[in-house]
Design a protein. Structure first.
Length: 266
């Protein structure tokens, strides 16, 4: 299976970018991690980068595409952040959201999980067939019927989370079950709230229909995000994965910075 991975990550209207991402591929599997930091005074970027590096290190040691593996990797990242919180006062309140995608080429399967309000969307035939659900106060209001789903992006306290990396309380990652059987042409989008807040699901689908590559898909969506975000826009990051039949040899790639687009044959 060939994976085309494209990434963008921008500070938006903020002075610093507290988002982080990374991916690793080898032994027939690929793991992608995207995080959004919180905590202020530099703590957010420390938390997000630490979460990405720790989760990918866990996957390198145990390259397994399963919900249990994703939960264990996120647990390792959570412990690493909490340990780092005690080293400096400015890091005491740092947190991070996280979303993880694991792909097993030999079994043609995918698994994913998340904590917080960074999201994963799964597309088949250019349509959303699965997406994660935020660990947020507003999402709970939608679930309880107090708020319409279409109002979630503009609701007061939309960014108020009840779960994130960096805390023992409510550490319950949501893991997609069972694993997802892949088909040629499937696509995934991992993104932080600074990205999905400004583009809805039908617009994602329309952009995907017109795109000729994963990078062009991201760039087309970014145009809408920037137009709507305004001068005070939050950091925004997105990672796209396109699945297709292999065209070359095996790849073994490791990136926490990443090129705009990377092709991996597993």
């Amino acid at each position: 299976m060939r994976l085309e991975i494209s990434v963008l990550s921008k500070p938006g209207g903020r002075a610093a970018n507290e988002d982080a991402y990374g991916f690793w591929a080898g032994a027939g599997v690929c793991f992608c991690v995207l995080c959004d930091g919180a905590g202020g005074q530099g703590g957010g970027d420390v938390a997000s980068k630490l979460a990405v590096s720790t989760a990918l290190a866990w996957f390198r040691d145990s390259p397994e595409c399963s919900g249990a593996a994703i939960e264990a990797a996120l647990g390792s990242a959570n412990r690493a952040i909490m340990q780092q919180q005690g080293t400096e006062s400015r890091l005491a309140n740092m947190r991070a959201t996280a979303v993880v995608l694991a792909v097993d080429a030999s079994r043609r399967s995918a698994a994913w999980g998340h904590l917080g309000d960074s999201r994963l969307y799964c597309f088949r035939k250019r349509r959303v067939v699965a997406q994660t659900k935020d660990h947020s106060v507003v999402q709970n209001m939608v679930d309880a019927g107090y708020l319409k789903a279409e109002d979630l992006r503009t609701a007061d306290r939309r960014s108020a989370l009840f779960a994130a990396l960096g805390q023992e309380e409510n550490f319950e990652p949501r893991i997609a079950q069972p694993t997802f059987t892949l088909a040629d042409g499937d696509a995934f989008l991992l993104c932080t709230d600074g990205f999905w807040e400004y583009i809805d699901e039908p617009e994602m689908e329309r952009s995907l229909e017109r795109a000729l590559s994963s990078e062009r898909w991201l760039r087309a969506m970014e145009v809408q995000v920037v137009e709507r975000g305004g001068p005070q826009q939050d950091n925004y990051s997105a990672l796209a994965v396109w699945c297709s039949e292999p065209t070359g040899g095996k790849g073994d790639n490791d990136s926490t910075l990443g090129a705009a687009t990377t092709s991996i044959s597993l």
